[in-house]
Design a protein around this ligand. Sequence first.
Ligand SMILES: [Zn+2]
Length: 572
Amino acid sequence: MVQIPDKVLKEKLVKAGLITEEEFEKVLFDAKRMGQSTADILISRNYLKSDYYTGLLAEYFGVPLAKLSTRSIDESVLRLLPENIAKQKRVIIFRREKDGSLNVAMNDPNDLTTIEFLSSYLKAKIKPFLATGEDLNRGYALYGRRSAEEFRKIIEDNIKASLQAQIYGKSAKEAAAEVPIVAIVDNILSYAIASRASDIHLEILEENILVRYRIDGVLHEITRIPKEVHPPIAARFKLLSGLRLDEHSKPQDGRFRFQASGGDVIDIRVSVIPTFYGEKVEMRLLEATSRPLSFEELGMLEDTIKVVKENIAKTYGIILITGPTGSGKTTTLYSIINVLNRPEVNINTIEDPIEYEMKYVNQMQVNPQAGITFASGLRALLRQDPNIILVGEIRDSETGDIAVQAALTGHLVLSTLHTNDAPTAVPRLFDMKIEPFLVAAVLNMIMAQRLVRRICQDCITSFKVTPEIANAIKNQFKGLELENPPEIPKTLYKGEGCSVCGGLGYKGRLSIYENMNVDEEIRNEIVNPNFTLDNLKKILRKKGFVTMFEDGLRKAERGMTTIEEILRVIRE
Ligand SMILES: [Zn+2]
């Protein structure tokens, strides 16, 4: 992405009152230190929203914004330029005007060489618009969608050919040998990338092989492959990832790098395990590391951001993020660390595994063979004079104990716990034999979270709330003894399914949160000899605590996600 020169940016932002000169200098220093752009740091530290920055950029270049999220893209015009050229030049052609000139969304609207190239290649006048990465991806998804359908067709055609060969008297083995395995494997991978899948599963059933992709956290059946074709496909994946082909009885792990037809290069982690019917292959598609998300991009609303910011500014105490596995806790922790990552602080982590490498953060990996556990690692890193400590998870009383001692001796400790909601973290700490007065002394904030799918903004539509949905919402408030239960919304949103989201109606994810700020009143309740979880929840209620369901409901009302998603993750 092109940038506004730092000097110009500073002047504009200071004038707009979004940042002081000193703060800007700090950001500038950190941007250089961490090898990120000034804009990225500003956005991830919540000084400004990415939309606002894009607006400034357009103003600076004197071109209109492409805004392909709210504008329909003329697909016949889009395809005037082949996909590989569009990707290489970072452009999308989205409309032809009456006078024949073409509107082009460009990453760098100042790039005259590209404008001249397009003008002569397309024999038309080019009108540049400023595009964000998201704008361009929307356009590329349209190219991608067509090829995604082609992938499925190629996979199915190849399989049909194999079955036909069997009808003509060839044995299953001979037929399988004729199937273009390399083409099937390439297409399974390319189709997954075009669908934005995070995982590929080849599940072995009695009759056939089920190919499933995980997209935004949910598994989708893609196709079924006849059993005869499975051994050569499994062998192909093992070959690609450097695994032993003659080993069929032990689990194996490997990885490889794959270049999709669209030019995207992606790392793939492979796990092969023996099952009763044959080898089960699972693949994790590793996203190219991008910058950590800002609190807003994670899905936090204003009131949540305020409480988080207040609590991470403290120099000691414990911040806990809670939720089941896969609820996005680590992503939230990395976003917090990114905000805290300044030269004057020493940040140390003990993680299992290290999911994201951060510059100037001392990250340690749990390794039981080498004797590094959460507890022993934590003890070791306390000798490194840290200010801020991230412990991947508090699982046992030993780790809990050291974390509490660290928090009491002037360290800010960030960690996670496996509890379903925020208040339950308190009795969980009691279960770990941590004295109530210590729990009360060290806790700053407990935040529970879940991941939900985001409604695709290209096919979002509203609908009248049915009595069934209204009842499902009412049920969530039952038993809370509310004086004023919240109103049931009359209109909610969903995605109808379109080419951009592959017909799913969802694209991307966000978190829903409940944020328990541990203040004086809560501390008093924690040390109350008659402490009960119910009482704690009642007190929170009175203080206007927003539960995870309520946070989800308000996000559903804003069209960020669907009520089905909220109910699905709340029930889990
Ligand atoms: Zn859509």
